[in-house]
Design a protein around this ligand. Structure first.
Ligand code: GRF
Length: 197
């Protein structure tokens, strides 16, 4: 059974998609043992609690320096000793120490087709604003392993999504989530749990 930790910061719709897929059996052989948030107000925490999943808040505001926060996060993860760490809308850059402790054990969902609209500064709505500004006709989402760069790790899965005339960043974000993110994130976890990767 794959021991999974999910790191979140916000609404947690990707977390929901993963929990739903585990509950309905489309993701097999995986169990979410804990959900960790840097943001105490993340709705994702409520979603986890509703399913009886343990939660923990580790906020940078509770530490004197970034280094101390990074250490607290690293120590918490070491204690749990997960097989897989899923970044599901985690708005914190994962420090090198954590990447080195868990090589090829951290995956992230990014709301574009990497290598487009990724890297420093491309997060949340900014990704979709940039895609609309550039005028691409197809965008999508990517699940990738996390390495020491920003959105540079090996790609696991991608799914394309059509951009339509009149799309706003919000409308496009929602379509990318519904048609791509909520599908490929559980799929990637299932592949890892099934030993396909
Ligand atoms: C998603 O768009 C994801 O791709 C990005 O952050 C957003 C998280 O949304 N990394 P949610 O918290 O899963 O609803």
């Amino acid at each position: 059974m794959l021991k999974v930790v999910v790191l979140v910061s916000g609404g947690g719709t990707n977390l929901k998609a993963l929990m739903d897929a585990i509950d309905d059996g489309s993701v097999k052989n995986a169990r979410i043992v804990k959900v960790i948030s840097n943001n105490p107000n993340a709705y994702a925490l409520e979603r986890a609690k509703d399913r009886g999943i343990e939660t923990r808040v580790i906020s940078p505001k509770d530490f004197e320096s970034r280094g101390e926060f990074n250490n607290a996060l690293l120590n918490e993860l070491k204690d749990i000793a997960p097989d897989l760490i899923v970044l599901a809308g985690f708005m914190v850059v994962i420090p090198k120490e954590i990447v080195r402790e868990f090589p090829m054990k951290i995956i992230n969902i990014h709301p574009s087709l990497i290598p487009s609209f990724c890297g420093k500064g491309y997060y949340g709505l900014k990704v979709h604003e940039a895609a609309l500004e550039r005028g691409v006709k197809v965008t999508g989402a990517t699940v990738h392993y996390v390495d020491e760069g920003t959105d540079t790790g090996p790609i696991i899965l991608q799914k394309a999504v059509e951009v339509r005339a009149g799309d706003t960043p919000q409308v496009l974000q929602r379509r990318v989530m519904e048609e791509a993110e909520w599908k490929i994130l559980p799929l990637a976890v299932n592949m890892i749990a099934g030993g396909e990767l």
